[in-house]
Every structure is written in structure tokens, then in C-alpha cells.
Design a protein around this ligand. Sequence first.
Ligand code: ADP
Ligand code: MG
Length: 281
Amino acid sequence: ATPTALLVGTGRGAQLGIVIKGPEVLESTRAVDTVVLDKTGTVTTGRMSLLEVLGDPAALRLAAAVEAASEHPIARAVVAGHPDPLPEVTGFVAEAGHGVRGTVEGHRVRVGRAAAPAELAGAVSAAEAAGRTAVAVEVDGAVRAVLVVADTVRPTSRAAVAELRSLGLAPVLVTGDAAGPAAAVAREVGLDPDAGEVVSGVLPEGKVDVVRDLQARGRVVAVVGDGVNDAAALATADLGLAMGTGTDVAIEAGDVTLVRADLAAAADAVRLARRTLSTIK
Ligand code: ADP
Ligand code: MG
């Protein structure tokens, strides 16, 4: 490979808002045949809003107090949903892919994944079937409320998925979110949950397992992600593409930063790399 051609490739990348860590990254895109897509903040904008509080409305204040210490899109939605002054939290802990916890006014408060109590189960399934994310608020060990938050699919994601397919990449949506919202978002962007194109309920370590599993089956895997929970998968991937709006750890773990927070930039990156390499050959 001539260094000049590679540098032209990276220069053109900069124009497209694709920042490549080193020219050698272009080489790893040559054989990529599978693309793992994170949902929240990657396929969707990750700008969530709080739609509904199911159960005890007073639980929102406690939940928002704990979420105030978190950067997660769900946390931002919950805090914005309770704009009044919030009580202090002590002993704050964020568990990636699970949720957050802390002590507020003497109560142990946890916000995150948990089974909905029987009386809320129907409302939770309806919200999830509509593509919404539901998180439970536990106070002193008992679920007191379920918060329903909504995200928005990026307007360009559907066309980008089609483009990734046309480049010969098999797309898979891999998310920590529940099956309902995962399938709803998948269908919106042209992915088929019934054809194995969606893996939901995955913990951050699980995202790495999905990548390794695909690699073990001979696939050459790109990962597109933005979150703390995507960092390990981005590092394990043959090609890690981090959204420029993402967290610093994700950007550090990736080989490529997509400055335009747009899935179409992932397709551009693959096309650019292939074109640059064919110029060299
Ligand atoms: P994704 O893979 O879609 O980016 P995450 O791994 O960040 O999702 O989160 C997976 C799940 O963990 C969320 O759907 C939610 O149930 C829970 N969760 C993670 N962080 C938080 C938080 N700060 N507040 C509430 N729930 C959270
Ligand atoms: Mg994400």
C-alpha cells in the first residue's frame, strides 16, 4: 500500500466527518461483512423524553435525584421530567447496562431494569410494544413506579441500514434494552427481528460476546456504538466506529470517529476505505 493513497483516504475522511485513527484502519474495513449496531444513541438520537409515570408519582422525585448523577440518555429524560429542585443523593453507583442506585432522604433508591409489578405489567408491555423503554423505580427494595421514556429513530437510519446492506454488510441490532422496544426500532429501520437481526436484553459484557461469537463463525465484524456500554465491543470489533456525540470511552475504544452523528457516516466510512484500497491495488 502506498502511504500517499492511504493519507488521501484519511484526508477525504476528514472532509466527510470521518476521523480515522491511523491509515492501517482502512485495511481492516476491507473484509468487514457484518455490522453490529447499538440502538440508543446510534440508530436512535438518544435524546429521550419522559412520557409517563406508572404507579406512585412521588417515586419520580427520588428517581430523578439519583439520575441527576448519571449521563445516560434515560437519566437525562428522567431529570428533565422533574425540573424542580432535587434532593441530594449519596452513595451513587452506576451499573452499566443495568441502571443506577443511591440513597436519597434515607431511602435506598434504584432506577433501572427490573420486572414490573403485576399491576403495572399490562401497561409496561403496551408501552414496550410501542417502542418505548420502561425502567423501574425501586425504593427500599420494592418497585414503586415504572417510568416510560421515548427515544426517536434518527431520520437517516433507515436509508443507512439499506446502504450498509448494499455494501454487503449483514446488520444486527444489539441492545441492552428489552425485546419490545428493540423490535419496534428494528422494524422502523428495516431490520427483521424474526430473521435474527435483533439481539436484545444484552449486558455490556454480552455485547462483546455477540461480537466474539460472530468472529468465531468467520465473520469480520464492525461495531457502531456510542455508549460506555459499547466501549468493550468497539475495542473487540475488527472495526470500531464510534459516534462523535458518544462518550469519551467509546471514542477512545473505536478505530474511527463519526463526527456527524449519523449512521450514514458508517456506510460512508466503509465505502471510502474500500475505494481508497482499490486505488492502491
Ligand atoms: P443500549 O444498549 O440500548 O445503549 P444500555 O446498555 O445503556 O442500552 O442500557 C440497557 C438498559 O439498562 C436500559 O434499557 C435500562 O433498562 C437500564 N439502564 C441503564 N442505565 C440506566 C439509567 N441511568 N437509568 C435507568 N435505567 C438504566
Ligand atoms: Mg448507545
